[in-house]
Design a protein around this ligand. Structure first.
Ligand code: URA
Length: 232
């Protein structure tokens, strides 16, 4: 792909903006040689104002979402995109969240511009485990793990029962829950079905990927090893 289009698609500006950047000599190769709009250099060899280009299309990233941020491109209040470089909200193809976490949920959120990958992760067929830690308003019922594992629990306004889910008690009011599907507000609704209430919710794992010390509010691009781990 021609340099002009590559850079515009990464959200650096409109084609007109990027044309101006190129004319001003702000776009170079790694040795500082000025590049031109029609050049097609290797992505890793391009610099804008001396900095490497943002990751190319096919980006998959992990964000440690804090409470208070919404998984949306336009919503009132703080958005998960506010935690990424501003250019990332203007990329083409668009960077989307892989499923959603509620505004009041923290933890591991994946984002990608790769539609096929997104579909593979959220597809019901993938059954990728997602692990949540929930803090509850009341001590858990003794039969909670059995109910969640049964494969027969029906949530209000759903047509099919939930898939079996694994519950591990961490204390009388804290639990780790592993789901193999993703329905609307699923964790909160599951505990509500037991007459309880989730006071705090954190996602610690998706597939084989964990936050692994990534600080809250920070993100990192995922490479081939991470992708393999995701589906392992
Ligand atoms: N289940 C919920 O209830 N909320 C989330 O954010 C994720 C799963």
């Amino acid at each position: 792909m021609k340099l002009l289009r590559t850079i515009a698609n990464l959200g650096y500006g409109s084609r007109r903006d990027v044309t101006a950047m190129i004319r001003e000599g702000r776009v170079t190769d790694a040795r500082g040689e000025v590049l031109y709009a029609d050049d097609e250099p290797p992505h890793a060899d391009v610099r804008v104002d001396g900095d490497p280009l943002d990751p190319p299309a096919g980006l998959l990233l992990m964000l440690h979402k804090p409470v208070g941020y919404t998984c949306s491109t336009k919503d009132r209040g703080r958005l998960v995109y506010d935690l990424l470089p501003p250019r990332f909200a203007h990329r083409s193809p668009q960077l989307s969240t892989v499923g959603r976490l509620d505004r009041d949920t923290s933890g591991l959120l994946l984002m990608t511009d790769d539609g096929a990958l997104l579909h593979r992760i959220i597809s019901p067929k993938s059954k990728l485990p997602k692990v949540y830690e929930a803090t509850l308003a009341q001590p858990l019922r003794g039969d909670a793990a059995t109910v969640f594992a049964s494969g027969t629990l029906m949530l209000e306004s759903e047509k099919t029962p939930l898939l079996p889910a694994e519950l591990e008690l961490l204390s009388p009011t804290r639990a780790r829950l592993t789901l193999h599907e993703g329905r609307y507000h699923q964790v909160r609704r599951m505990f509500a079905a037991l007459g309880n209430h989730v006071e705090a919710l954190h996602r610690s794992r998706v597939g084989g990927l964990a936050l692994d010390g990534l600080p809250e509010g920070e993100w990192r691009a995922l490479g081939d090893e991470d992708r393999a781990r995701l589906f392992s």
